[in-house]
Design a binder for this molecule. Structure first.
Ligand code: NAP
Length: 295
């Protein structure tokens, strides 16, 4: 039987409805409006699209949105000054610096300059450490989105064998960390694979839940997946263009073949992608509540 399709579009919509309600209540009962500042340096078209989508989502939910678009030749010092100003601004609860930054700017220095309380991306080492010890203020957006897809699709995580392909700081490592916690929505046994893994199929075939974040189109084929597994495809690969010039996207999983074997699977697009910005909104609301002593 073909797999259940886990729709990130639908689940993100549900969460946004819940957030809209919560934001309206915060405004009514506490006169609190969550505020998000986005910072974009340069004119990278993909980054402009991502920042535009974050601004649009903020406005749709009633989050105060402030956009700082800076020229590509902005110095690191100027950028750090802006971060410092945003760190001190009480209207702003979350700061998002769109990556990648131009080469002359040290990304690490900039990300470390964000006040951890306003680090709604969850990339600051303070927040990475808090996640590791099981006391997070914020979960990083894409891994948190993956966990929500699993929970809200009714997937049993407790005790499951989870295999993660990829060990990046933004997806692979944090999702592994989230799912090994001794908590509801976690308690899994997690294996992490990467390019030095000796026999990847040996591991992927054992997975009750397979999470793939390799950035390699169709790297996971049907013979690498256990019958009845739940497959979360994080990869976004541009494999061509339509005659109209629109990018054709595919994931890291051979969707058509794997859906015949899996119990459930996320599509690309429409799977993990829509969850990421939604979890950014959730973190911004949480940041506002933490700042106001309401969380
Ligand atoms: P990344 O930093 O490039 O990391 C890729 C990881 O996959 C690395 O750890 C690499 O291993 C491993 N890997 C690559 N090819 C492999 C293979 N053939 N076998 C086993 N492991 C392999 O990528 P990322 O930032 O985590 O992103 C991964 C994918 O997810 C990309 O397609 C990206 O566009 C997508 N993504 C989507 C969203 C979303 O919101 N939808 C968000 C973030 C990322 P080594 O460490 O050994 O090099």
């Amino acid at each position: 039987m073909p797999a259940q399709i886990i729709s990130g579009t639908e689940i993100a919509k549900q969460i946004r409805e819940e957030l809209k309600q919560e934001i309206a209540e915060l405004k009514e009962k506490h006169n609190l409006i969550p505020g998000l500042a986005t910072v974009l340096v340069g004119e990278d078209p993909a980054s402009q699209v991502y920042v535009g989508a974050k601004e649009k989502a903020s406005i749709a939910l009633g989050v105060y949105s402030e956009r700082h678009d800076l020229p590509a030749d902005t110095s690191e010092e100027e950028l750090l000054k802006l971060i410092d100003k945003l760190n001190k601004d009480p209207k702003i609860h979350g700061i998002l610096v769109q990556l990648p930054l131009p080469k002359h700017i040290n990304e690490t220095r900039v990300l470390y300059a964000i006040d951890p309380k306003k680090d709604v991306d969850g990339f600051h080492p303070v927040n990475v450490g808090k996640l590791m010890i099981g006391e997070p203020d914020y979960l990083p957006c894409t891994p948190h989105g993956i966990q929500q897809l699993l929970i809200r699709s009714g997937t049993k995580i407790d005790g499951a064998e989870v295999v993660v392909v990829g060990r990046s700081n933004i997806v692979g490592k944090p999702i592994a960390n989230i799912l090994i916690q001794k908590k509801d929505g976690a308690n899994a046994t997690v294996t992490v694979c990467h390019t030095r893994t000796k026999d990847m199929a040996f591991h992927t075939k054992r997975a009750d839940i397979l999470i793939v974040a390799a950035g390699k189109a169709k790297a996971i084929t049907a013979d690498m997946v256990k019958e009845g597994a739940v497959v979360i495809d994080v990869g976004v690969n541009r494999i061509g263009k339509t005659p109209e010039g629109k990018a054709i996207l595919c994931g890291d999983v051979d969707f058509d073949a794997v859906k015949e074997k899996a119990k459930a699977i996320t599509p690309v697009p429409g799977g993990v992608g829509p969850m990421t910005i939604t979890m950014l909104m959730l973190n911004t609301v949480r940041a506002a509540k933490l700042a106001a002593g309401l969380a």
